[in-house]
Ligand binder design. Sequence first.
Ligand SMILES: [Zn+2]
Ligand SMILES: [Zn+2]
Length: 243
Amino acid sequence: MGRATSKHVIFSQQERENQIAMPSVFMYSTITSKLRKFEVKVLQQSSLNHKQVERSPGILKLAKIAPNQEESLYYDSNSSWVYELLTELCENIDFEGRESERDPFIRTHDLKLNLFLNRKISNDLNDHIVITGDIDATFSLPCIRCLQPVREALALKVNSCSLSEEMQERPEFQEADTVFALGEERDLYFYHKREIDLKEMVHEYLYLNLPPLPLHDPSCKGLCLKCGANLNTTLCKHVKHLQ
Ligand SMILES: [Zn+2]
Ligand SMILES: [Zn+2]
């Protein structure tokens, strides 16, 4: 894939500096790294639970898509790979070790994909797939000041075209983010070994559009720098000193 997939691209330099100035950032990253470990376990469990429903990890085989006819696909979090994406979106929510709350919490959110596929074969783009449609996601991110969950919703338009990996070598595509296909400029992707990785594409659409600075309330008071008390709900002995 040609474009940056890193989460970090969503922060501008100014936003980064703002974050560093916030008291909760250190705690946030500590909690995040702690969560990562059991996250892996939860993910493995959830894939097991959903195996009966859906075996495909979000991979489409090119050979199964007939050229020159539109095909529509619908996925939601009943597909294991979609559930994994949803879990990842909510991964920084702190359950304070109460792992049993994680899955019920994630299931109060959803990720729905309504996609239309058009496989075309042309002289300039060879065998390519145009994918359009909608991604609708509800998920939760931690408030950047106090870490409590903030419910977010994203409605994204998908407008992409996947070319074969051999096309990646061509000079015109080496630095390109978009390609003109089926009469429109579209986000450029590459498929590999005649398989289209839908999960990777949806992941990128989501992470390039995440709200960078979620706040549970614009006037959130955050956490005490010294003792970590949530200043929205409690007063600690350091507060007078700070204000
Ligand atoms: Zn808050
Ligand atoms: Zn305090």
